[in-house]
Design a protein around this ligand. Structure first.
Ligand SMILES: Cc1ncc(C[n+]2csc(CCOP(=O)(O)OP(=O)(O)O)c2C)c(N)n1
Ligand SMILES: [Mg+2]
Length: 343
C-alpha cells in the first residue's frame, strides 16, 4: 500500500535525523546542525520516484534524501563527525555531502541547488535520455539570482529538471513572505515552468505532484516546479534560540520581553505604537514557531500516523521498529569506528 510505503520512508528519514541530533548533542558533530525534520513527506515521495541514472542537487538539509536514496547511513554519520572514513573522507561535514554513485550533491551555498540541478538536467538530456534531475531548495533560496537563472535556462533548453521548493516560510530568522515579491508559484510560471502547489506535509499530495512532474521530465516535456509547503520543526539549526523562546515562553520570553520593554521606554527611535506593533508581530511569529513542534499537528509523521493508525496500527509499529533497528546498527557501526579513531 502506497501510504504505508511512504510512511516507512518518512519514518526512516526521521529516525536517522534523530540519531544525528543525538550525536550533535553529545558534541560529536561540530558546527551547526540543520535537520530536515518537517520535510520528510517531500523527501519520501520524491525519492520514491527516482531511479538509477537520476540525479539530485540538495541544500543544507540534505540527509533525509541521501538516506532514502540508499546512501550508506554509517558513512553519512561518520562524515558528519569528520571521520576520514566518512562518505566524503571527512571533508564535507553534513552540508556538503556528495555521492558520485548516487549522482547526489549537496551544498550549503543557498540557491546552489538551482545551477547544480540544471547542470544535472543538461547531462541527463545529453547523456542519459529518460533520466531526470531533481533540485531541492528552500523558499529563501528561491530569492537567489542563480536559482532564478536556473529556472530560466531549464525552460529555455527544455531540461528534465524538477525544482522542489520546500517552503517552510523561513530563512533563518527572516519570515520569507516579508522579503518575497509576488508569489513563488507565479514567478516560476512566468519562466514557463509547469507549477504545482502542494501540501508538503502530506506524502500522497506530494506523490501525485511528483508523478506528473517525473512523467513530463522523462518524456522530454521539460521542467516542473513543485512548491511544497512544509514545517521547520527543529528551528533553523539545533539549539535555535527562537525555538527555545517560543517553546519555553515563561523561561526565555520574559527575558526578551524585559529587553523590549526597556528599549520601548527609552526615548528616540520608533513611536510607542510602532514598538507595540513590532512586539505583536514578534509574538505572532513565536506562536507560529511554537506550533511547529516535533510531535505536534504540523509534524508530517504525526499526520501520516493519524491516517494509518486505525487500520494499519500493527504495520506502523513494525515499520517504526524496523527503521529504529536499521539506524541503531548504523549508529553503532559509525561510533565503534569513531572511538577507535579517536583512541
Ligand atoms: C549564498 C548564501 N547566503 C546566505 C547563506 C546563509 N544561510 C544559510 S541557510 C539560510 C536560509 C535559507 O533559507 P531557505 O532556503 O528557505 O532554507 P531553510 O533553511 O528554510 O530550509 C541562509 C540565509 C548561505 N549559506 N549561502
Ligand atoms: Mg525556508
Amino acid at each position: 500500500m502506497k501510504q504505508l510505503e511512504l510512511y516507512a520512508r518518512m519514518a526512516k528519514a526521521r529516525a536517522f535525523e534523530l540519531a544525528l541530533a543525538d550525536l550533535w548533542k553529545q558534541g560529536l558533530i561540530s558546527g551547526e546542525m540543520h535537520l530536515g525534520t518537517g520535510e520528510e513527506a517531500i523527501a519520501a515521495a520524491i525519492t520514491a520516484r527516482m531511479r538509477a541514472g537520476d540525479a539530485v542537487a540538495l541544500d543544507h538539509r540534505c540527509t533525509s534524501v541521501l538516506v532514502l536514496l540508499g546512501v550508506d547511513m554509517a558513512a553519512i554519520l561518520k562524515e558528519s563527525m569528520g571521520h576520514s572514513d566518512g562518505l566524503c573522507r571527512g571533508q564535507a561535514g553534513h552540508m556538503h555531502l556528495m555521492s558520485q554513485r548516487h549522482l547526489a550533491a549537496a551544498s550549503g551555498i543557498v540557491g546552489a541547488a538551482g545551477p547544480t540541478g540544471a547542470g544535472f538536467g543538461l547531462a541527463a538530456k545529453l547523456l542519459r535520455r529518460g533520466s531526470v534531475a531533481v533540485a531541492f531548495f528552500g523558499d529563501g533560496a528561491a530569492n537567489q539570482g542563480m536559482l532564478l537563472e536556473s529556472l530560466n535556462l531549464a525552460t529555455a533548453w527544455s531540461l528534465p529538471v524538477i525544482f522542489v521548493c520546500k517552503d517552510n516560510g523561513w530563512a533563518i530568522t527572516t519570515n520569507t513572505a516579508s522579503v518575497t515579491g509576488g508569489d513563488l508559484a507565479a514567478r516560476a510560471r512566468g519562466f514557463g515552468l509547469v507549477v504545482q502547489d502542494v501540501d508538503g506535509l502530506d506524502g500522497s499530495s506530494v506523490d501525485a505532484a511528483a508523478a506528473r512532474a517525473f512523467r513530463r521530465a522523462r518524456r522530454g516535456q521539460g521542467p516542473s516546479f513543485i512548491q511544497a509547503r512544509c514545517s521547520r520543526l527543529d528551528g533553523h539549526f539545533l539549539g535555535d534560540p527562537m525555538v527555545k523562546t517560543a517553546r519555553q515562553p515563561m523561561k526565555q520570553g520574559a527575558e526578551v520581553l524585559r529587553k523590549i520593554m526597556a528599549a520601548a521606554l527609552k526615548s528616540g527611535g520608533g513611536s510607542l505604537t510602532d514598538r507595540a506593533g513590532s512586539l505583536l508581530s514578534m509574538t505572532r511569529l513565536l506562536v507560529k514557531v511554537r506550533d511547529n513542534r516535533r510531535g505536534g499537528r504540523n509534524d508530517p509523521l504525526v499526520r501520516a500516523r493519524r491516517v494509518l493508525r486505525r487500520r494499519h496500527g500493527t504495520e506502523v509499529s513494525e515499520i517504526e521498529e524496523t527503521v529504529r533497528n536499521e539506524v541503531r546498527d548504523a549508529l553503532s557501526l559509525a561510533c565503534k569506528d569513531v572511538s577507535q579513531w579517536r583512541g
